[in-house]
Design a protein around this ligand. Structure first.
Ligand code: BES
Ligand code: ZN
Ligand code: ZN
Length: 485
C-alpha cells in the first residue's frame, strides 16, 4: 500500500470525509441537495454515506460518540476497514482521506484500519490477479499528520503483513529452517544482528525440550536469535521477546483430531512470527532500546522416533519433565528459550505463544491471556498498549496452589495439569524457568481467525505485533526525556 500526503489543494477523486460530529457537516463543500440527503442519512444513524457524483464518489464516515478515547479510535479503524471494502467494491485504486475537524489520531487510525483490512493472502490462488484488491494507494489530506507518522504506520502495517504471511504459510513450504531463514532475511534488511542455531548447537546447549518435540520430525529444529542494540540504548539490561515457533502442531503421538483442531495448526508459530515482526519494527523505527528476540522452532509430529507419553526429558537448565501428553509441546520448547534468555540478564522477558486451547476457550478471539511473576509498572504499560491498539490483555493468576497441578511422581514436573485451568498450568510450567521479570502472553484465541473480524482478516492476524510495538514505543518515550525523544 502506498501511503502519501496530498500535495494538491484541489481534492482528488474518491474522497472520504471523516466527521467527528454531525455538526461538522457545514464545513464540507457539498451542494444543497447533497447536504440535505446526507443530513437525513446521518440522523438515521447511518455511519457510512455514499454520495455518487458524475466522475467520482464521496464517502462520509462518522462514528457514534464514545466515552473512552481508545474505543473511538478502534471504531475509526473499523470504519477504515469498511471504507477499504467500499473502495474495493468500486474498483478504486486510490482514496483520499480528510477529517473534519482535522485530527491526526483519527486519520491515522482510519488509515490503519483501511490498510490492515485490505490484506490478502493470494500466493496460492491461481486466480490471484482477478481477486486482488484494487486499492493500492491512500492519500492523506491533512497537514497535522507528519511524514514520520505516515512512515511509521507504513512500517508497522508492512510488518503486520509479514507476520500474517508467515502464519498463513503452510508447513509444506515453511519448516523450521525456512522460517529461520526468513527471520534472518528480515534482520538483514533493518540492521538486526541475527544468528540461527542449528541442531548441533541445540544439542550442544542441551535444549532437551526443543529436541524432544523435534524427535518425530524429519526436519531439524532451529533456534533463532535476533538482537537490536542501538548505540545508546535507554535500557542497560535488554528486553527479551520469546515466541513459540511450532511450525505445525499435529499433537505428536497424542494426535489432534483434524477438524477444527489440527487443520489450522500451521498457526502455531504465530508467537514467533509476532516477536520477530515486532523487533523488525523496533529496528526500523530505530528505537533506542536494546532488544533480543528468541524463536525456538520445530514441527510437532508423530514419527518412528517421536517422543512418547511417559518419556522423561531434561531441559537445558537440568530440570526434568515427564511428558504425559505430547500435544503440550509449546511449553517444552519455550522452557529452553526462557533458560537461554537468562544469559542476557534481562530487564524483562515477554513470551508470546499459541499455547493452550484453554486460553482460546476462555477469551475467544478477543483477548490475550497474560500471566506474570511480577505485576508492576511494566505490566501496566503493556496493558495500556493493549487497550490503545485493541489487542487487549487479561490477567490470570499464578497462585502457588496451582503448582500442585504439574507435580510428577517421577520427575521435577509433568507437562500437563489436571484438565482445569489449562492456561494457568501451562503458565506455571513456564514460570519454573524464569528468575527475572517475566510476562507470558497466551495468544491461542486471537492469533488465527476462521472468518474476518473487521480489519483483522481471515487467517493469521499478527496479534502481538501492534501490541509490542506500542509497548516498546511507550516505554522508550517514558525512559527518554519526553514524547518522541
Ligand atoms: N498449539 C496448541 C494450542 C492451541 C489451541 C493453539 C488452539 C491455537 C488454538 C497447544 O500446543 C496444545 O495443543 N495445547 C493443549 C495442551 C494440553 C494437551 C495440555 C491444549 O490446550 O489442548
Ligand atoms: Zn500441542
Ligand atoms: Zn502447540
Amino acid at each position: 500500500m502506498i501511503l502519501t500526503k496530498s500535495t494538491s489543494e484541489i481534492p482528488q477523486r474518491n474522497q472520504i470525509f471523516l466527521l467527528k460530529e454531525i455538526a461538522d457537516l457545514p464545513e464540507l463543500s457539498l451542494g444543497q441537495e447533497e447536504h440535505i440527503y446526507l443530513l437525513d442519512k446521518l440522523k438515521n444513524e447511518q455511519r457510512l454515506v455514499e454520495i455518487n457524483r458524475f466522475t467520482s464518489k464521496l464517502l462520509i464516515a462518522t462514528i457514534p460518540s464514545f466515552e473512552v478515547p481508545n474505543h473511538a479510535l478502534e471504531a475509526w479503524r473499523r470504519k477504515g476497514n469498511e471504507a477499504a471494502l467500499w473502495a474495493r467494491e468500486n474498483k478504486f485504486e486510490s482514496i483520499e482521506i480528510t477529517a473534519f475537524p482535522e485530527n491526526p489520531e483519527i486519520i491515522l487510525a482510519f488509515a490503519e484500519g483501511a490498510i490492515l483490512g485490505n490484506y490478502q493472502f493470494l500466493k496460492y490462488n491461481s486466480k490471484a490477479d482477478k481477486m486482488r484488491t484494487s486499492l493500492s494507494e491512500i492519500i492523506i489530506n491533512g497537514k497535522s499528520v507528519s511524514d514520520k507518522d505516515l512512515e511509521q504506520l507504513s512500517i508497522l502495517t508492512n510488518a503486520v503483513f509479514r507476520a500474517r504471511d508467515l502464519v498463513n504459510e503452510p508447513v509444506i513450504s515453511l519448516n523450521a529452517e525456512k522460517f529461520s531463514s526468513i527471520l534472518e532475511q528480515m534482520s538483514l534488511e533493518v540492521g538486526i544482528h541475527s544468528e540461527v542455531l542449528g541442531k548441533d548447537q541445540i544439542e550442544a546447549l542441551g535444549m532437551g525440550g526443543l529436541l524432544a518435540v523435534n524427535k518425530g520430525s524429519v526436519d531439524p529444529p532451529t533456534f533463532t536469535i535476533m538482537e537490536w542494540k542501538p548505540e545508546k540504548p535507554l535500557n542497560r539490561q535488554p528486553i527479551v521477546l520469546v515466541g513459540k515457533g511450532v511450525v505445525f502442531d499435529t499433537g505428536g503421538l497424542s494426535l489432534k483430531p483434524t477438524a477444527k483442531s489440527m487443520d489450522y495448526m500451521k498457526c502455531d508459530m504465530a508467537g514467533g512470527a509476532a516477536v520477530a515482526a515486532a523487533i523488525f519494527v523496533a529496528a526500523s523505527y530505530k528505537l533506542p532500546l536494546h532488544l533480543v528476540t528468541l524463536v525456538p522452532a520445530t514441527d510437532n509430529r508423530p514419527g518412528g522416533n517421536a517422543i512418547t507419553p511417559g518419556d522423561v526429558i531434561t531441559i537445558s537448565n537440568g530440570a526434568t519433565v515427564e511428558v504425559l501428553n505430547t500435544d503440550a509441546e509449546g511449553r517444552l520448547i519455550l522452557a529452553d528459550a526462557l533458560c537461554y534468555a537468562k544469559k542476557y540478564n534481562p530487564m524483562l522477558v515477554i513470551d508470546l505463544a499459541t499455547l493452550t486451547g484453554s486460553a482460546a476457550m476462555t477469551l475467544g478471539i478477543h483477548g490475550i491471556a497474560a500471566m506474570s511473576n511480577q505485576w508492576g509498572d511494566l505490566f501496566d504499560l503493556l496493558k495500556k498498549a493493549g487497550e490503545r491498539v485493541n489487542e487487549r490483555i487479561v490477567e490470570l493468576p499464578l497462585w502457588e496452589e496451582y503448582d500442585e497441578m504439574i507435580k510428577s511422581s517421577i520427575a521435577d514436573m509433568k507437562n500437563i495439569g489436571g484438565g482445569e485451568a489449562g492456561a494457568i498450568s501451562a503458565g506455571k510450567f513456564l514460570q519454573r524457568f524464569t528468575d527475572y521479570p517475566w510476562i507470558h502472553l497466551d495468544i491461542a484465541g486471537p492469533a488465527f481467525l476462521h472468518a474476518a473480524d473487521h480489519y483483522r482478516t481471515v487467517g493469521g492476524t499478527a496479534t502481538g505485533v501492534r501490541l509490542l510495538t506500542d509497548f516498546l514505543r511507550l516505554l522508550a518515550d517514558g525512559m527518554g526525556t519526553g514524547p518522541n525523544s
